[in-house]
Design a protein around this ligand. Structure first.
Ligand SMILES: [Mg+2]
Length: 267
């Protein structure tokens, strides 16, 4: 039996699974199973992962830095709830864009470059103070990446800069399992544009790939590339219902409470 979290977050059709159980859902290309899981049909050959919120917990690094940058720029004590609200809007996967939009909306006009420069002093070590980057935690083990790499081609498409990516991933043993890593510096147009996914595919059939992400911009990029999308959305996440509905509307094949819960989908 699936664990409670998986059932709670389970496939979108969890409520009406009785009607659909065993029936092949052509539209979504998924096959509900008796265990309440949905597996992917056909099984992808290429697994492309987003990084933040999928492979790395960034609440203490990027998101905390965004809050601190907002307080620094506007003098207001903005809250986590407000941050989640802004984060859930399209175009805000990039924290610098989000801060620029948010501060401007609060009456403190802020350019993207200004937001970026202010953000850096909280994210990186600065002026003798340790940066929030030190709070980052990997969400999967190197062993897990190794197991997946035996069956699938693994790639990464992230909104991080190459420098941010390297800092966190050069010390992780799982990094070498990923074939192509596309960062913000490797594409002209970042998410929600599909450029990074198309670059990874290099002309291969998008139907053979799956993108795993946690943001609306990830879902938009996947849809534009014709790549199936699985959303990471923990049951306790802020705005769970709205985000689940949004992911569904954008054609996500399902929701996972965490990345390691992908296992039954790949059987
Ligand atoms: Mg993310």
């Amino acid at each position: 039996m699936a664990d409670r979290e998986t059932l709670l977050a389970g496939p979108f059709e969890a409520q009406d699974i009785k009607l659909k159980r065993g029936a092949y859902n052509i539209q979504r290309g998924t096959l509900p199973t008796l265990r309440g899981h949905t597996r992917l049909e056909p099984i992808p050959e290429i697994l492309i992962f987003d990084v933040d919120g999928v492979l790395v917990d960034v609440r203490g690094s990027f998101w905390r830095s965004a809050l601190e940058t907002m307080r620094f720029l506007t003098g207001r004590r903005v809250t986590w709830a407000e941050l989640y609200k802004w984060k859930n809007q399209p175009g805000n996967n990039d924290d610098w864009s989000m801060v620029s939009n948010w501060a401007t909306a609060l009456g403190r006009p802020t350019t993207y470059e200004e937001a970026r420069d202010a953000f850096q002093q909280f994210y990186w070590d600065y002026d003798g103070r340790p940066g929030n980057v030190r709070q980052e935690k990997m969400l999967i083990s190197a062993k897990q990446a190794e197991r997946w790499a035996k069956r699938f081609e693994l790639d990464l498409f992230t909104g991080r800069t190459r420098q941010e990516f390297t800092y966190t991933f050069e010390r992780w043993a799982g990094t070498r399992q990923f074939r192509t890593v596309v960062t913000m510096d490797d594409v002209t147009r970042k998410k929600p544009y599909p450029d990074g996914l198309l670059k990874i595919l290099g002309g291969r059939d998008p139907g053979t790939a799956l993108y795993v992400g946690d943001n609306i911009d990830d879902a938009l990029a996947a849809r534009a590339a014709g790549v199936r999308f699985l959303a990471i959305l923990p049951p306790g996440a802020y705005g769970y219902r709205q985000r689940a509905a949004k992911f569904r509307e954008l054609g996500a094949v399902g929701l996972l409470p965490r990345t390691t819960a992908i296992q039954p989908w790949l059987k």
